[in-house]
Design a protein around this ligand. Structure first.
Ligand SMILES: [Fe+2]
Length: 161
């Protein structure tokens, strides 16, 4: 585990404990799913980095536009993630792939790669709780989004779906 990533993320989101907690949850869920699904080492490294940086665009979008927009986050997030992860000495291939994932973590159609699938599932698992989603929303996400056995099991264990 790269604790420097978490500490730097907390510094980036200073004063916003909800976002720090959310990010920690997403990273933990992503790493658990990745390990259980036997993802290779590169995929685990990419997910560790992508999860930490996945919502960094939110802060800039809120500062610039005063509201949160998934589309704007996907546009502005990758550049912020790249700069952040490079500063923390992640390797360039990890930076590039993590930035791509940050730019696609609200894109749910046509998910082809395991790292993309896992990041989306981890973000949903955290958001079910953080955004107080109701059971109808959780069931819909479970049916339409979740594909990994580990992600599905976590949905089942946490929410009985
Ligand atoms: Fe998120």
């Amino acid at each position: 585990m790269n604790e420097h990533l978490i500490l730097a993320m907390a510094e980036y989101f200073a004063g916003d404990p909800k976002q720090v907690h959310h990010t920690v949850q997403v990273q933990t869920f992503a790493m658990v799913i990745a390990q259980e699904e036997k993802a290779d080492e590169k995929t685990c490294k990419v997910l560790e980095a992508a999860a930490v940086a996945h919502d960094m665009g939110v802060k800039v979008v809120m500062e610039l536009f005063g509201e949160s927009s998934g589309t704007l986050q996907e546009e502005l997030g990758p550049g912020i993630a790249e700069e952040f992860l490079r500063r923390l000495h992640c390797s360039e291939d990890v930076v590039q792939r993590a930035a791509w994932l940050v730019g696609h973590h609200h894109t749910y159609d046509n998910i082809k790669d395991l790292d993309h699938q896992i990041l989306v599932e981890a973000d949903f698992l955290a958001n079910f709780y953080d955004e107080k989603m109701d059971m109808e929303q959780i069931r819909a996400a479970y049916k339409n989004i979740f594909k990994t056995e580990t992600g599905k099991k976590l949905c089942h264990d946490l929410y009985g779906v």
